[in-house]
Design a protein around this ligand. Structure first.
Ligand code: FAD
Ligand code: PHB
Length: 402
């Protein structure tokens, strides 16, 4: 048994865990990151692609934006498509110059792993049997098995950054958390294709046959999504069937259509909205997907992970530098304010752009009217734009020493 100690034990090396580790490092606070998957698995996992303006600014302020500056694609607008027509929403024009940046989550994670390795601070991949305990005490523990050795890591605090299926949230005793959850009757079939994007900006489509989304990863790789039933087996979809359905839903009357190319990755993801509150038990703090899940239509998940980390970073810095515990006590409330607004936005984008099996003709006409209003009203477009580029972070960069 190897016994060691750190200030903050971080479970999970996704965006939340890695960003927190680096923010703590910049403030001279020790951490150990424990991840149960391999480095390759964590980097290769294809997920989010859209970074809010505030997430980009945070990565820049933290000095982990070299890759982002080199290959991130800044988008000043996006398209909403329905009834065969695309309508542009001028994100930058409506928000005083804010934009989103398309940069794959796997690139974000790769850059953050490189930064972590550069600091020389511990990051364990392939940790087995990870567990957390003594959460009510002042020395909670993270236990795990790594490379033939059992580890007992004593911490001042534990950051639960282990995603929705992690072990930290289930380690909180029954009755502590209130769970708010909503499941949807559809999922997304997502593909990566070797095809130059045929639009410079994202296209969100509501078609009679369901939702479709046009996105990208680089000047040569297109990322596309299709609404399908939540439990749809991916084997039911040949590449030809995927392209037929993508083109059918996305092609607009003016002839705009995605470029076709070799499909290099495909998978189906179910969708849910989920919040666990409070985001804290004793000395365990939940951050990112461990505490909340949004359906991907609003592109908010990774960005919420970043805003949680900023709030937690501020609280831990104030605790270590000034002995202040009040920001630790406020952590959950401060995060949840922003989380619920993102939940509302993601639910609205999802329910406005997808077709539900039990919807009525009235519901569908209301969706069309919603989109017609959205794309013709300056006020409605401004509201969408300010939420899509990201509502303000709840705490300042100065409060975390940036
Ligand atoms: P995760 O990325 O899930 O990281 C958790 C880490 O903990 C993982 O590395 C995991 O292996 C590890 N872990 C799990 N269990 C254990 C354990 N027992 N011990 C140790 N480690 C453990 N968000 C956006 O902002 N924009 C988008 O455009 C977007 N698109 C998406 C598209 C899809 C198809 C999907 C599925 C998601 C999308 N998201 C998007 C959501 C985004 O990917 C997540 O919100 C984000 O990954 C959350 O980061 P996290 O660090 O909290 O959790
Ligand atoms: C993506 O590019 O993967 C992406 C873009 C927008 C979303 C979700 C995912 O809403």
């Amino acid at each position: 048994m190897s016994r060691h100690a750190t200030q903050v034990g971080i479970v999970g090396a996704g965006p939340a865990g890695l960003l927190l580790g680096h923010l703590l490092h910049l403030n001279g606070i020790d951490s150990v990151i424990v991840e149960n998957r391999s480095r390759e698995y964590v980097i290769d996992r294809v997920r989010a692609g859209v970074l809010e303006q505030g997430t980009v600014d945070l990565m820049q302020a933290m000095g982990v934006d070299a890759g982002l500056q080199r290959s991130g694609l800044r988008h000043d607008g996006l398209y909403i498509s329905f009834n065969g027509r695309r309508h542009r929403i001028d994100l930058a024009g409506l928000t005083g110059g804010k934009a989103i940046t398309v940069y794959g989550q796997n690139e974000v994670v790769r850059d953050l792993i490189d930064a972590r390795v550069g600091t020389g601070r511990p990051l364990y991949f392939d940790a087995k049997d990870v567990s957390v305990g003594d959460l009510d005490s002042t020395t909670p523990s993270v236990r795990f098995h790594h490379d033939g050795t059992d580890h007992d890591l004593r911490c001042d605090f534990i950051a639960a950054c282990d995603g929705f299926h992690g072990i930290c949230r289930p380690s909180i005793p029954d009755g502590v958390l209130t769970i708010y959850e909503r499941l949807y009757q559809f999922g997304w079939l997502g593909i990566l294709a070797e095809a130059p994007p045929s639009s410079d900006e994202l296209v969100y489509t509501l078609h009679e046959r369901g939702f479709a989304l046009f996105s990208m990863r680089s000047p040569t790789v297109t990322r596309l999504y299709l609404q399908v039933p939540p439990d749809e087996p991916i084997e039911h979809w040949s590449d030809e069937a995927i392209w037929n359905e993508m083109l059918r839903r996305m092609t607009t009357r003016d002839g705009w259509t995605p470029n076709i190319g070799r499909i290099i990755q495909k998978s189906v993801t179910p969708m849910r909205s989920f919040v666990a509150a409070p985001m804290r038990h004793g000395r365990l703090f939940l951050a990112g997907d461990a505490a909340h899940i949004v359906p991907p239509t609003g592109a908010k998940g990774l960005n919420l992970a970043a805003s949680d980390v900023l709030v937690l970073g501020r609280a831990l810095k104030a605790f270590y530098e000034r002995g202040r515990a009040d920001w630790l006590d406020e952590y959950s409330d401060v995060c949840l304010r922003r989380v619920w607004k993102a939940q509302r936005f993601s639910w609205w984008m999802t329910s406005t752009l997808h077709r539900s099996p039990d919807e009525t003709a009235f519901d569908h006409q209301r969706q069309i009217a919603d989109l017609d209003y959205l794309t013709s009203s300056h006020a409605a477009m401004t509201s969408l734009a300010e939420q899509y580029v990201g509502l303000p972070m709840e705490v300042s960069f100065e409060s975390v020493g940036l």
